[in-house]
Design a protein around this ligand. Structure first.
Ligand code: SF4
Length: 338
């Protein structure tokens, strides 16, 4: 087994601590977790994740993550219970740190310094959108100044921040979403995640969908907005570490409609690759019939596209007959060579 750099052991606390129930969200349905985690479950989950690795292929960085709820909205006793069960693992250096996801409305100085004392090093904030009308439409009101204030508190405590966004919510559109992306970039998170909106059973969004009041975005529309967002994040040097929900059995069983694709990220990255090829060819006066690109070896599939759709698109637009991709291990960026 290839050695992984970073292991994140997820422990789900579905909806615990949330200030409200957002219209698109049903954590139990997307994670398949229906019971409350206790010390024994935390211990067993850590043990079972670590048992897969031998000493020589143990990931260098190992973290426990409390996901699926708003950790800092939990009562202090419950926070203590969960964090306490991880501390022996940290003491023995089998686990290095903890990360939690939470909501800006339940972040304050007291809570964050408590988390810091308990080895929490990363906080993920669900933002979803910064547009007031969109947030209201999904029952998730939160002033942007609350988000900024949560970010300031977390930064002052020298912790890492991740932010999650969701394109395609009710009342959202491309302009709104790019504005949300830019607002988030201004806050300089260490990383971001983008979750295209899907209709999941057992959510108010599902009811809106059944009544015809909500129509999910189609796959192409979603791929294009996520592509534009990714380019903004790349320009700001902020890694987008995840696009789309995990293809969990429970999530797939409860997915009703929406722009889901098992290789969503690849579809986005291959469009970015296509744009780069278009840009190089647009720079030529007259296109020859045969074209050669030098491309980084590990990105060949991106430049070919999904079922070679990048190659077909270029041939069609530029009237090129043959396109050759020359793979090069040392190549950092695509280059037009002839
Ligand atoms: S999106 Fe976050 S805050 Fe809203 S219900 Fe789900 S877990 Fe709770």
């Amino acid at each position: 087994m290839k050695k992984r750099e970073h292991l994140v052991i997820p422990i789900f606390i579905p909806h615990e601590g949330c200030p409200y129930r957002c219209a698109f969200c049903n954590q139990s349905k997307i994670t398949g977790v229906h019971v409350q985690s206790d010390e024994i479950m935390v211990q067993n989950t850590i043990k079972s994740y670590l048992s897969v690795f031998k000493a020589d292929n143990m990931p260098n960085k190992r973290e426990v993550a409390f996901y699926g709820g708003s950790f800092t909205g939990l009562g202090i006793e419950r926070q203590k219970q969960l964090l306490k069960s991880v501390q022996p693992w940290i003491k023995s250096e089998k686990i290095h740190s903890v990360r939690v996801s939470t909501h800006s409305l339940v972040v304050d100085q007291y809570n964050i310094s408590f988390l810091k004392k308990n080895n929490v090093r990363t906080i993920e904030l669900g933002i979803q959108s910064t547009n007031k009308a969109v947030l209201r439409a999904v029952g998730r009101p939160c002033e942007f100044r609350k988000v900024s204030s949560a970010v300031n508190i977390i930064r002052k405590n020298d912790m890492k921040i991740g932010m999650q966004l969701m394109p395609g919510l009710p009342l959202d559109d491309e302009l709104n979403f790019i504005k949300s992306v830019k607002d988030v970039i201004e806050l300089k998170p260490d990383f971001a995640r983008i979750y295209p909106t899907l209709v999941i059973k057992g959510t108010p969004l599902f009811e809106l969908y059944k009544s015809g009041s909500y129509v999910p975005w189609n796959l192409n529309r979603m791929i294009n907005i996520v592509k534009d967002s990714l380019i903004e994040f790349q320009k700001a040097d902020i890694p987008v570490i995840r696009i789309g929900l995990h293809a969990d059995r429970s999530m797939l069983d409860n997915l009703v409609d929406g722009p889901y694709h098992p290789s969503f990220r690849y579809l986005v990255d291959r469009l970015i690759a296509r744009d780069k090829m278009f840009k190089l060819l647009n720079g030529l006066g007259n296109c020859p019939k045969n074209i050669k690109f030098k491309v980084p070896s590990r990105q060949v599939s991106l430049f070919l596209g999904h079922k070679k759709d990048n190659i077909f698109a270029i041939k069609k637009v530029f009237g090129i007959e043959n396109i050759f991709l020359i793979q090069n291990d040392n190549q950092k960026e695509i280059e037009l060579v002839a």
